[in-house]
Every structure is written in C-alpha cells, then in structure tokens.
Design a protein around this ligand. Structure first.
Ligand code: URA
Length: 225
C-alpha cells in the first residue's frame, strides 16, 4: 500500500478519479515517465515557497520535478538564479544538479490534468497537500503564486476568503504566516501573447528578494513558537 504523508500524496493517490484515469493512460503510453503526483522541490526550511498550477504533461509529469522539461521552467529557474534562489546548471532534467537556495517549489494540483485544466473539485481535493506543505515550513516568509488558480488555492489553504486578496499581477498581500506575492503564470502562452514579459516576472522576484532580505533579522515562526 502506498503511504500518504500529509504534504505528499502517494504515487497511486486515488483521490481524483479523472486524474487517476489520465495517469493510468500515460503510464501505459510512456512507462519510463514519472506519471505520478509530482513532489515539492526544495527544503521545507526555506523562506520562499513558489506555487504553480499543476505538472505539465511532458514537463514535470515526465521528469518528476516541478517546472522541469517545459518552457515555463526555463523562465522560472532562470529568474530564480538571477535573484539568488537557485544555483547550479539548469538543464531541464532532474539530475542536472540545480539546487534551490532558501526556496521551494510546489503545485496547487500535484497530478497532471488533461489539457492542463484541473477542475474546481480537483483543486479543492488536492488543497490538503498544499495546506500541509505550507504548514511544514517553519521559516516561511513569502509565497509566490503563479496564476490565479494557484493564488486562490493558496488563499483558501490559508483559511482566507478570495476577497481578502484579489488576484492581480505584482500584488503583495500581508497574509499569515507569509506575505503572498501574485504573478501571472510563466507559461509559454502568457509570454507569447505578451501577458507576461520577462521584466514583469523579474519585478515580482525582485520584490520577493527584498522582502526576504528585509526579514533577515526578524524572528522566524520557528523561533517565535
Ligand atoms: N510545471 C509545473 O510543475 N507547474 C506548472 O504550473 C507548470 C509547469
């Protein structure tokens, strides 16, 4: 039997029947792929958590590491390196040696959804893992939500109403236990259509860097407890 930890669904997580069926289909088609819930990447003691939407079919669902193997990852990891949240060589493979620095990446939905579109019920069901992921990070200072779905799911995971912090690119909301920064998702679609430029994305992480650096001397949640 697969063990389910509060923050990490087991490989055969049965909670969303449509996603299970899609996973089974891709296990049969591509047996060498990961084809399972994609675990968070990075240490739980990080001060920054980045929340994406869901694994891309040929990206994280293939490689097993968030944002690894698709265009969205090129922009995300490049930006993280620019702002000191990642080091090493990003080569779009989980064994490329890239490490996150004081940062962790997860997804609002851990399994790949058909056409990259999780249903409202799937997002709500998977939120238990997002909530547990946030709860197990004692030093958390900032959360970056990539896209409206991630943003709304983070708010709900924090026990807040969506009206507490409406989604807007570049917004920062004072939430507990960490400030919530919102960005358009770094998908190829958003960058190709000009909804999100590299400069817009960098501006979000520059603000996050400043937030985390300014918090250097303040006591952490772990120290306060
Ligand atoms: N890859 C992920 O892991 N998450 C996304 O939101 C997009 C691509």
């Amino acid at each position: 039997m697969t063990r389910v930890s509060p923050s990490k669904p087991g490989r055969d997580c049965p909670l969303c029947p449509r996603l299970v069926a899609f996973r089974e289909e891709w296990r049969a088609r591509e047996p060498s792929w990961h084809n399972a819930p994609v675990p968070s990447f990075g240490d739980a003691d990080a001060r920054l958590l980045i929340v994406g939407l869901a694994p891309g079919l040929r990206g994280a669902n293939r490689t097993g590491r968030p944002f690894t193997g698709d265009y969205a990852g090129d922009l995300l990891y490049g930006t993280l390196q620019t702002y000191g949240f990642a080091r090493g060589q990003f080569a779009a493979r989980p064994d490329d040696g890239l490490t996150l620095v004081d940062a962790r990446i997860t997804n609002a939905v851990r399994c790949v959804p058909p056409e990259n579109k999780p249903t409202t019920a799937e997002i709500a069901t998977c939120r238990q893992f997002l909530s547990a992921t946030i709860a197990e990070m004692p030093n958390l200072r900032a959360i970056v939500a990539l896209g409206r779905i991630a943003h709304d799911s983070v708010l709900r995971a924090l026990g807040l109403k969506l009206s507490a912090a409406p989604f807007r690119h570049g917004a920062r909301a004072q939430t507990e236990p960490a400030a919530l920064f919102s960005s358009y998702h770094c998908s190829r679609y958003n960058t190709n259509t000009g909804v999100l430029t590299e400069a817009m994305f960098h501006a979000v992480f520059a603000a996050v860097r400043a937030e985390i650096d300014s918090a250097k001397e303040a006591p952490t949640r772990a120290a306060k407890a």
